[in-house]
Design a protein around this ligand. Structure first.
Ligand SMILES: Nc1ncnc2c1ncn2[C@@H]1O[C@H](COP(=O)(O)OP(=O)(O)OP(=O)(O)O)[C@@H](O)[C@H]1O
Length: 398
């Protein structure tokens, strides 16, 4: 196993000039020895390009790849000692399951008793023990892909095992089991694993560290909790979570009597400390708050935004409420107790997740949305202004 360092960029076209010419914009990042990583992002963001650069299938157009401090940029996947699992099974149909699993070890001249022990262990982990003597040809697509996973995991001496959307062909129920199994296997085998997916549930279940990518950029590397609580980039807030983070336009004004925080044109109590300074410097910003952390309160409650309920959905395990916060330009916020879906349809739709046992608000009513808490994040153009829990005062705006 190895620590993997990337300091590179990649463009498929010669002579790249602008950001959009790059599949991977200049980046520096490390995969720690023995870590379980997911590369997560929408189609075309550069996940496979990064994986292929790590494996050696692709040479970066700029920069280098190092394994344990040694420059391996010019080395092939074999010389880098990388195992790979692809979307579709890569196995020998004429061999038995045991022979397929043993193949990468036989190729390396591993002793037969060692091969037997390792194949037995991997088969047990993947629940293939009962099929070891069956020919692969007669097996289902699921079982074949499990063999591919096993072949990727069977060697103990690999620098890393790379997975490119390996559960695509797997039946949804088994997919759920296999994700958890892969995590368990990682804990037992302690291999460095890098896993490409566009599915956040898959990434969050499997990986200790998730690399969130968009448009050729790795915008955050962090644990599931860090990506949820402190998205460092608006894209992470939007992409992680169900539904994603709410964003509201804000500005911070320094008045003689103190700082004034305006969100969607409504006055709120400003945060304190370093964040207040950052907001003042930024002037304009976006306030980010997850649907789980918006409190529904009485309209007119101190520090709450007035909004109109425009949708109430029963999602089964929770209520999803959508409330429209009018912007200053739309005129005054809806009157207290107003019952019609009033005013202009413009503004910002804020999603609120309520527990299933809560009583949801009535469609068309005016509500208060408490968006400021220790979970609230603030963003400049895209990046988070300060990566720490904001200190929010409890008292009313002066
Ligand atoms: N061989 C290639 N030649 C030219 N452009 C390519 C090539 N492979 C990928 N690209 C482009 O590079 C960008 C990143 O592609 P990449 O396949 O790495 O993304 P991805 O995140 O893995 O997407 P997907 O999930 O759809 O596989 C895309 O704009 C893609 O069109």
């Amino acid at each position: 196993m190895a620590r993997i360092d990337l300091d590179l960029a990649h463009a498929y076209r010669a002579d790249p000039r602008e950001d959009s010419d790059y599949a991977l914009l200049p980046l520096k990042m490390s995969f720690e020895d023995g870590g379980a990583y997911a590369l997560l992002g929408p189609s075309g963001c550069g996940k496979t390009t990064m994986l292929n650069i790590v494996s050696g299938l692709l040479q970066p157009s700029q920069g280098k790849v190092s394994f344990d401090g040694k420059d391996v940029t010019a080395l092939t996947p074999q010389a880098r000692n990388i195992a790979q699992v692809f979307q579709f099974p890569v196995i020998y149909d004429t061999m038995t399951v045991a022979e397929n699993l043993a193949f990468p070890l036989r190729n390396r001249g591993v002793a037969p008793d060692r091969i037997k022990a390792r194949v037995g262990r991997i088969a047990e982990m993947l629940e293939l023990s009962g099929q070891l003597n069956q020919r692969a040809a007669g097996l289902t697509a699921d079982a074949k892909q499990k063999i591919s996973l096993g072949r990727g995991l069977v060697r103990e001496d690999v620098s890393a095992v790379l997975f490119d959307e390996p559960l695509t062909v797997i039946d949804p129920h088994l997919k759920w089991q296999l994700r958890r199994k892969l995590k368990q296997i990682h804990h037992e085998l302690k291999l460095t694993l890098i896993y490409v997916t566009h599915d956040q549930v898959e990434a969050l279940t499997f990986a200790d560290q998730i690399v969130v990518m968009t448009r050729g950029r790795a915008v955050q590397v962090g644990s599931a909790a860090a990506l949820f609580e402190r998205p460092q980039h608006r894209f992470v807030g939007h992409f992680i979570g169900s539904p994603g983070m709410n964003f509201l336009p804000g500005r911070f004004l320094q008045l003689p009597k103190g700082g004034l925080l305006q969100v969607a044109g409504q006055d709120l109590t400003p945060p304190e400390g370093a964040l207040a300074q950052q907001l003042e410097q930024a002037g304009e910003f976006s306030l980010g708050v997850r649907p789980e952390y918006v409190d529904l309160v009485e309209p007119g409650a101190v520090g709450a935004l007035r909004a109109t309920v425009t949708q109430v959905q029963d999602v089964g395990t929770y209520w999803l409420v959508t409330a429209q916060v009018p912007h200053a330009a739309d005129g005054a916020p809806p009157p207290e107790g107003g019952s019609a879906v009033s005013g202009s349809a413009s503004g910002t739709a804020v999603k609120v997740r309520l527990p299933s046992q809560a009583t949801p608000p009535t469609l068309g009513n005016t509500v208060g949305l408490q968006v400021m808490s220790g979970h609230t994040c603030f963003y400049g153009r895209d990046d988070q202004l300060l990566n720490q829990t904001p200190v929010i005062r409890k008292e009313a705006v002066a």
